[in-house]
Design a protein around this ligand. Structure first.
Ligand SMILES: *Cc1c(COP(=O)(O)O)cnc(C)c1O
Length: 421
């Protein structure tokens, strides 16, 4: 595979962009490939190579690249203008659609990113309860804002900086950490800081440390404990929302949270974030309440149009049924193959999320850190050189989309087999 143009461009990029990229996880070693265009399940690079894509924009592209329904909705909006600074009917319609699907959401505030959504949700929970502390899960990732960058997953773990420099200890002293799948630890943390824990924020399925699934009954226990202590339960469904099911992980597991954050899949590849929750909490948000939240691009008509088209397409094309079936089949083929090869690796995942952990099946962050990341990195580069684009980290989830065909999946399983051997 010739990637000479990408190599040269990265040399130039390093002079003008920190690390040569605009977001850390993209800094594939020794250099990333530069995209020229994408269609369906594939990306084409500037050297003319084609890749089957399992990164899918790190989550948003459940419908694949360039889905015609999203393209049409956005193009229609472009012809009417793309920023007004005054409300549109689109945001009212999209809000209603979301509220219908998520029983824990009575009202929403539209923002531009998942980062802003979790930042706003935490502020609202604190404003509502009048308490300061919040609990997050070790290895959980809630965007790149100060209070959440403690033992954070995603690129922070990959790069070995789960606690960012430049964040004063004063800003994170109210951030408590507990291991995933450990209800006793959560009860202890809540009891230790009784009367001062505003919220628990968690990804119901950990998605930023590879997919790690909740033990049977764990989410139900979290719901019970938070409710008993008047702690606001925030499900960060920026990955799982509209992916595990229309109603996200809360529909899939049958648990209602007090607040929910959404993003990624809902925007179909356009920037979006949603702060959602119970009416009495949401009414604390400005201008109806004292918790300040604002944004030039909040409720962007382009993103709202994309969001409506995503919801419509997910329903019409029975996307979850199809993609979840592909996911089940792919995971079981990978598991069988790994058993045949006699490797002590494990295949994790749910619905359209999957990952081969180079080690035992993890139940939490500490377990995941035991995986053989050096071997993973060698494997990753071999896969890339054969035209399979996986996320470049043991700790990022692989995503399937509606656009992945049987042929794509067959080729992928064969490539896994060759390169795991
Ligand atoms: C990606 C992600 C975020 C941050 O979203 P951005 O749009 O990248 O700011 C927050 N929470 C979770 C669970 C995520 O996966």
């Amino acid at each position: 595979m010739n990637t000479e143009r990408s190599r040269k461009l990265f040399e130039e990029a390093k002079k003008v962009l920190p690390g040569g990229v605009s977001s850390p996880v993209r800094a594939i070693k020794p250099y990333p490939f530069y995209a020229k265009r994408a269609e369906g399940s594939k990306i084409l690079d500037i050297d003319g190579n084609e890749y089957i894509d399992y990164v899918m924009g790190y989550g948003p592209l459940l419908l694949g690249h360039n889905h015609p329904a999203i393209k049409e909705a956005v193009e229609r909006q472009f012809s009417d203008g793309w920023l007004y600074g005054t409300p549109t009917e689109l945001e009212v319609r999209l809000a209603r659609e979301i509220i219908k699907l998520y029983p824990g959401i009575d009202m929403v505030r539209f923002v531009s990113t998942g980062t802003e959504a979790t930042m706003g949700a935490l502020r609202a929970a604190r404003g509502f309860t009048g308490r300061n502390r919040f609990i997050k899960i070790e290895g959980g990732f809630h965007g790149a804002h100060d209070a959440a960058l403690v033992k954070a997953g995603s690129g922070a773990t990959t790069l070995g900086i789960p606690n960012s420099a430049g964040v004063p200890a004063d800003f994170t002293k109210n951030t408590l950490q507990v291991p995933y799948n450990d209800i006793e630890a959560m009860i202890e943390a809540i009891e230790a800081y009784k009367e001062d824990v505003a919220a628990v924020i968690m990804e119901p399925v950990l998605g930023n440390i590879g997919p790690i699934l909740p033990d049977e009954g764990y989410l139900k226990d979290v719901r019970a404990v938070t409710e008993e202590n008047d702690v606001v339960l925030i499900f960060d469904e920026v990955i799982t929302g509209f992916r595990l099911a229309m109603g996200g992980a809360q529909e899939y597991y049958g648990i209602k949270s007090d607040m929910t954050t959404l993003g990624k899949v809902l925007g179909g590849g356009f920037h979006i974030g949603v702060i959602g929750g119970r009416r009495e909490i949401m009414e604390k948000i400005s201008p109806s309440g004292p918790v300040y939240q604002a944004g030039t691009f909040n409720g962007s008509p382009v993103s709202m149009s994309a969001g409506l088209a995503v919801i419509d397409t997910l329903k019409k094309e029975k996307v979850h049924e199809k993609v979840n079936r592909s996911g089940d089949s792919l995971r079981s083929r990978l598991s069988d193959m790994i058993a045949d090869l006699g490797l002590d690796y494990s295949v994790s995942g749910i619905s359209s999320m999957f990952k081969v952990f180079f080690g035992d099946m993890p139940r939490n962050y500490q377990d995941a850190l035991k995986c053989d990341t050096e071997k993973f990195n060698v494997f990753f580069r071999k896969m890339l050189s054969e035209g399979i684009f996986l996320p470049p980290s043991q700790y990022e989830t692989n995503f399937l989309s509606l656009a992945h065909s049987e042929d794509d999946i067959d080729m992928t399983v064969e490539a896994y087999q060759r390169n795991l051997k």
